[in-house]
Design a protein around this ligand. Structure first.
Ligand SMILES: C[S@@+](CC[C@H](N)C(=O)[O-])C[C@H]1O[C@@H](n2cnc3c(N)ncnc32)[C@H](O)[C@@H]1O
Length: 248
């Protein structure tokens, strides 16, 4: 969510992996998929950052982009093998077919390129609540409990949310195995908004304390009672031809 940034500090592992690529010296071509109005990771002054978003107003608010594409990441024909890094922060949960967007990213990624995905987990208490409650409830939570004044206004979040199982950490890890992508980083964490709401409202805290363990047991451990979000960084394998070229 734009208004609840999960922005990465300098020491963040994702930033360190990206810094490594930046240090490689080659000017990077980067895609912010579902760019929204901000970028989370520094990619250096020479990087060419392209943003794609279904909402033009969101793209126009993002100052870091050199190129803006208004389009649907599930269907937009991204140029094959054209990006060194693709970021997709807090977007897959808004898609009816997240797996199509991910396949689109993989074909658009250069060999040895990075796909960085950050999203809420469907198999979390927050994920389940989000999945099975209507949009007006999401607007209510953002506007009146979190205090986001723009919540529900046209072109501002919260955006319609589908939370498909095909964007769960488990599905993405399976995809990584199938496509021989190396997982450079994987992390589960409790995001700031949930922490803040639990601190601010005793009844939310109490509900999580009682519901969390119950839901976890009832789901046979499938639903995580505490963590809400995940980050995964996957690298597309280089072909033998490219490995030889780098080595020589
Ligand atoms: C919660 S915001 C996240 C924005 C930004 N990535 C961030 O982390 O701050 C979700 C963004 O996804 C965009 N979005 C939703 N569905 C999309 C789609 N099918 N194709 C491209 N962008 C989409 C929305 O317009 C919105 O800007």
């Amino acid at each position: 969510m734009n208004n609840e940034s999960n922005a990465q500090p300098d020491s963040d592992p994702v930033q360190l992996i990206v810094d490594d690529m930046v240090r490689g010296g080659k000017p990077l071509r980067v895609l912010e998929a579902g760019a929204g109005d901000r970028s989370h990771v520094q990619v250096g002054p020479t990087a060419q950052v392209v943003g794609i978003d279904i909402c033009k107003e969101q793209l126009d608010r993002n100052p870091t982009l050199v190129e803006r594409i208004v389009g649907d990441i599930q269907t937009y024909p991204l140029e094959p093998s054209s990006f060194d890094i693709i970021f997709c922060w807090d977007v897959l949960e808004h898609l009816k077919h997240p797996e199509r967007a991910v396949q689109n990213f993989l074909q658009a990624l250069r060999e040895d390129g990075l796909l960085v995905i950050g999203s809420p987990m469907v198999n979390s208490v927050k994920g389940m609540i989000t999945k099975y409650t209507p949009e007006w409830f999401h607007v209510f939570v953002y506007k009146y409990l979190v205090g986001v004044k723009t919540a529900g206004e046209p072109s501002y979040g919260p955006f319609p949310t589908f939370m498909k199982y095909s964007m769960s950490p488990r599905s993405l890890q399976r995809l990584a195995r199938e496509q021989r992508l190396s997982v450079e980083y994987f992390n589960l964490y409790e995001e700031k908004m949930q922490k803040r709401l639990k601190k601010k409202y005793w009844f939310i805290n109490a509900a999580y304390r009682t519901m969390g363990p119950l839901v976890s047991v009832a789901s046979l451990g499938h639903v995580d009672p505490k963590n809400t979000d995940f980050t995964i960084v996957m690298r597309k394998p280089a072909t033998d031809r490219q490995r030889t070229a780098v080595a020589s």
